[in-house]
Design a protein around this ligand. Structure first.
Ligand SMILES: *Cc1c(COP(=O)(O)O)cnc(C)c1O
Length: 482
């Protein structure tokens, strides 16, 4: 289109220019979706290389729009790991889906302000509608319950913690104590610290051999705190730990919270999505007893970044915690049934996150999401079967909510723990260097293990077999060089 955007102080393009540019953008995204399976998922670049490529003084003069776009597509977008790649196994992948990508594009295109009712009645209503879908799914009361979409699980956990502190502690939380397991996600500790709790107010409860929070140790810790005059106020359970997919004993923890008058927060950022499958629902029994629940649609509900979500048993808890009534927002307050989501969390100006969830569920149907999640659970179990049959691999934690941990540990030759750690770490180094898969280690029971999180519905058993074969070859290389 050859636009030179010099002296374009209204920041506009002509209709034709916008169309041409927009089609190019869509073409680039579609091309990415179409070809990503065949591309290396790993991007490797040093700070120095990126500095050389991208550092520049802010340009005073504009440049041809297509030139800038091509540069961005080629040099910026492509130099990042592809987390929706079928061989992205590490951390928590982001499988995403095209409908939601386009929904995000629409939300941005129309620049919807999703803060208050009077600015965006339909966007507010859609957030209510989709939050209601989720409340129902998790057995929360639909009328009384409430929730809010956030940027991700970390913000949802922080929002929950701030609410819990407000309700259980009021203004003096100097003696308040919070309990969570050694497998709980680090964002919870971050949230606790942001809230202003001291390190001494955090009790990290050890997990048992199954990586579940140990109830006895929890009870003892609470009893000890009461004896010492501390004030237990909140417990965080993991519904699917990031390491192993393990679900804490939710019912038992809920019971303790009830008896001890503690706030029960469930961090389901990783695993809560599994409720869509029959098997997952069994795993997650008791999740409906949470006071607050974090879910994270940009993980296992296949949404592109960013969208997290916090659900609460009583929507007035959120408004009582976050509502301020400044004079400059008087005119948009509206009537009480017309919810202003800026009253439910930290953000005033918020993007329209509900739209992508709404459009993808409407388009594919929740049934497709259920099938995808069932497929993921099955895939992890099949992977476990393959590993258990092999003389090279040892399963360290069984397939749980689509996560499996294992290590290379051949029957022959027999290797020391130190050698095994070295080999398994080496496998990840080599496969990353070869850019063949996004694979990472974690540490369980003091062993370095490989971890696969299999929540991409487009990952096939062949992909996994292929990766295991690569890993085995690397392991043999390493053994030869020992
Ligand atoms: C990923 C994760 C989080 C953090 O969520 P973000 O969306 O990355 O902010 C919190 N808790 C658990 C269990 C997670 O897996």
């Amino acid at each position: 289109m050859g636009t030179t955007n010099k002296n374009n102080s209204t920041l506009t393009l002509s209709k034709k220019e916008m169309q041409d540019y927009g089609y190019r953008v869509v073409d680039a995204i579609v091309e990415h979706f179409e070809t990503l399976n065949n591309k290396p998922p790993v991007a490797l670049a040093t700070r120095k290389e990126m500095d050389e490529l991208l550092q520049e003084p802010v340009p005073e003069e504009g440049k041809d729009a297509n030139e800038v776009l091509s540069f961005v597509v080629e040099q910026v977008l492509k130099q990042n790991n592809i987390l929706s790649h079928p061989k992205a196994y590490a951390f928590v992948p982001g499988p995403s889906n095209y409908i939601s990508v386009m929904a995000d594009t629409l939300a941005t295109g129309f620049n919807i302000f999703s803060g208050g009712w009077s600015m965006s009645p339909a966007a507010s209503e859609l957030e209510l509608v989709t939050i209601n879908w989720l409340l129902k799914l998790y057995g929360f009361p639909v009328k009384k319950g409430g929730g809010i979409f956030t940027s991700g699980g970390s913000m949802a956990n922080l929002t929950a913690l701030v609410t819990a502190r407000r309700f259980k502690c009021g203004d003096d939380f100097s003696k308040a104590i919070i309990y969570l397991s050694d497998q709980a996600h680090s964002s919870n500790i971050k949230a606790i610290r942001i809230c202003g709790f001291r390190k001494e107010q955090i009790r990290i409860i050890p997990t048992d051999m199954d990586f579940k929070l140990s109830l006895n140790k929890l009870k003892n810790a609470i009893a000890k705190d009461r004896l010492e005059g501390n004030k237990p106020f909140c417990m965080i359970a993991s519904a699917g730990t990031t390491n192993t997919g393990t679900v804490d004993p939710l019912n038992d923890m809920a019971e303790i919270c009830k008896n001890e008058d503690l706030w029960f927060h469930v961090d389901g950022a990783y695993g809560a999505a599994a409720i869509l499958s029959k098997k997952g629902k069994l795993f997650l029994k008791g999740i409906e007893r949470a006071d607050s629940l974090t879910i994270d649609p940009h993980k296992w509900l296949y949404q592109p970044y960013e969208i997290g979500c916090l659900l609460v048993k009583n929507h007035s808890w959120l408004s009582a915690t976050f509502q301020e009534k400044p004079e400059y927002l008087r005119d948009i307050e509206g009537n009480p049934s017309e919810i202003n989501f800026y009253d439910f969390g930290m953000q005033l100006t918020r993007r329209f996150r509900a739209l992508k969830f709404y459009m993808s569920v409407k388009t594919y149907g929740l049934g497709s999401f259920r099938k995808a999640i069932e497929y993921n659970l099955d895939l992890a179990e099949k992977t476990e079967g393959i590993l258990r049959k092999s003389p090279y691999w040892e399963v360290i934690s069984p397939a749980t909510l689509a996560i499996i941990n294992f290590r290379f540990n051949p029957i022959i030759p027999s290797l020391s723990e130190k050698q095994l750690d070295f080999i398994n770490q080496g496998i990840v180094k080599k496969i990353t260097k070869a850019r063949k898969a996004i694979l990472a280690t974690t540490v369980l029971q003091e062993k370095v293990v490989l971890r696969m999180c299999l929540i991409n519905p487009r990952t096939t058993l062949e992909d996994i077999e292929d990766t295991l074969k690569d890993c085995q070859d690397y392991a043999e290389d390493i053994i030869t060089s020992l």
